[in-house]
Design a protein around this ligand. Structure first.
Ligand SMILES: O=C1C[C@@](O)(C(=O)O)C[C@@H](O)[C@@H]1O
Length: 146
């Protein structure tokens, strides 16, 4: 069965307890379960990884080159800082969806710029944890059309 890589970056392991007024109370386990069930309904298996380390995320992206059909990523704070993460995603040339739980555009100005959005196939911002399900559905459609 075709597969998707689900990546969550720094601090997303704290989802559910971290700033619940911003990120809500759903946990990372809830995110993984939602992505797995949404993907399964569309015929994809999911490999999920959360890391607080940029290089671990980059290595995981390299490892699915030619293997996975696409990547769903919430890069956390690396969104706003990491050229290297962007280069990894463009380097493996897999379609990917960028997800943010919070509405980054309604927050501090340093969150308004993403190093990924202009090369992402799908961007979902500010829809809470359910936004991951939309990202999977839209990414699956991109993959289907390719
Ligand atoms: O860690 C995060 C989470 C986030 O990616 C989100 O899901 O809303 C938004 C980022 O600005 C922040 O650094």
């Amino acid at each position: 069965m075709p597969s998707l890589l689900l990546l969550n970056g720094p601090n997303l392991n704290l989802l559910g307890t971290r700033e619940p007024e911003v990120y809500g109370t759903d946990t990372l386990a809830d995110v993984v379960a939602l992505v797995e069930s949404t993907a399964a309904g569309l015929g994809f298996t999911v490999t999920a990884l959360q890391s607080n380390h940029e290089g671990v995320l980059i290595d995981a992206i390299h490892e699915v080159r030619g293997v996975a059909s696409g990547i769903v990523i919430n890069p956390g704070g690396l969104t706003h800082t990491s050229v290297a993460l962007r280069d990894a995603l463009t380097g493996v040339a897999l379609p990917f969806a960028e997800v943010h739980v919070s509405d980054v555009h309604a927050r501090e100005s340093f969150r308004h710029h993403s190093y990924l959005s202009d090369v992402a196939d799908v961007v979902v911002v500010g829809e809470g944890v359910p936004g991951y399900a939309r990202a999977v559905r839209e990414l699956a459609e991109v993959i289907r059309r390719a």
